[in-house]
Design a protein around this ligand. Structure first.
Ligand code: FES
Ligand SMILES: [Fe+2]
Length: 339
């Protein structure tokens, strides 16, 4: 599916099909003329409702052929993000949940790093994002010295049942507790040369981490949320969406509560650029069988995979609720995780 995405004359975001109904040119390669998308081939112009409103080669006022109509897709603009429902027929799902990490009253600003397309199904990519066990082996530049052990997590489902949160908790001699784990805050500086770190640290305004969570919700958002002892909060987030059966688009970004701090922004942004690059390289190493329509996931599960099981349950349930067959997205062992 290819989409032409543009703003109409009123500034409203619109999503239409991008195949010109005249001879099939790609409208997404055309240009915008007074809020209408103009085909690059013969100049036909389409408005936000997908209707052709001008055919330059015919006299003004002459009737326009009725077949010159594009499909349109429901689109919602929310918190600076555009959400498209890729099906022109009803029902349209409700709007995606708003995200505290993009709430301007909480975070004064945010930014996204360069979008990427990862080789891997949506399931592969979300599970990778929820997986702490790969840090020590994949993120050797962004998080050098990451512990091999993934620690203990307390998992709670969101009240609306559309997501979950995993909280890093402290261990005691009796086992894991409900107490949030406290840890130093220097992970973001792992990429910086050792000699430079002491010079940067005073500018970061970071502090001891008093609460660290990661979360997922069915709108395709993964978020790592850090709360520091000084009250500052960092949100490292990614919005993931399948673009093809074996490819997933990644829109990753960062927002920070409290105060402008260009040095901290620069440090975290540099960290994130490396982090997402490393994940792309790791996903490229997946075998073809692991990405394809048949059997996405290995049958064996290790304890560190515990944090991805709620995701698989939620996702499997959502797909069944939609009564849609998306075999490449489910994989053969989703049923096991749900049982
Ligand atoms: S193909 Fe688009 S105007 Fe002819
Ligand atoms: Fe990763």
């Amino acid at each position: 599916m290819r989409v032409a995405l543009f703003r109409d004359g009123d500034g409203r975001a619109r999503a239409t099909g991008s195949i010109c109904p005249h001879r099939g040119a790609d409208l997404a390669q055309g240009r915008l003329v007074a809020g209408r998308v103009q085909c690059p081939f013969h100049g036909l112009e389409f408005d936000g409702t997908g209707r052709c409103v001008r055919v330059p080669s015919q006299p003004p006022g002459a009737p326009i052929a009725t077949g010159l109509q594009l499909p349109t897709y429901p689109i919602v603009e929310q918190q600076g993000l555009l959400w498209i429902w890729p099906d022109p027929s009803p029902p349209v799902p409700s709007s995606p949940a708003s995200f505290r990490g993009l709430d301007a009253s909480v975070v004064p600003r945010h930014y996204f790093v360069r979008p990427r397309t990862y080789g891997g199904s949506y399931l592969n990519v979300v599970e990778n994002a929820l997986d702490g066990a790969h840090l020590a082996f994949v993120h050797t530049r962004s998080v050098p010295g990451a512990p091999e052990s993934t620690g203990s997590w307390h998992i709670s489902m969101a009240p609306d049942g559309r997501g979950f949160e995993a909280l890093a908790v402290a261990d005691s001699e009796q086992g894991s507790t409900d107490r949030p784990l406290e840890m130093p805050s220097r992970a973001y500086l792992g990429f910086a040369p050792r000699l430079v770190r002491p010079l940067i640290e005073p500018f970061l305004g970071l502090d001891v981490v008093v609460r660290y969570t990661f979360s997922y919700d069915l709108s395709g958002r993964v978020c790592f949320h850090t709360t520091y002892r000084n009250g500052c909060e960092d949100f490292l987030f990614a919005f993931l969406t399948p673009s093809e059966a074996e490819k997933t688009l990644v829109f990753a970004g960062h927002s920070r509560a409290r105060g402008a701090n260009p040095v901290a922004d620069w440090a975290i942004r540099s960290f994130m650029e490396i982090l997402v690059e490393e994940d792309g390289v790791a996903l490229d190493k997946l075998s073809q069988e692991a990405r394809g329509p048949a059997g996405l996931m290995p049958p064996a599960v290790i304890p560190a995979d515990r944090t991805s099981l709620p995701f698989r349950r939620l996702y499997g349930r959502a797909l069944r609720a939609e009564e849609k067959s998306v075999p490449w997205a489910l994989g053969r062992s989703t049923g096991e995780a749900d049982s």
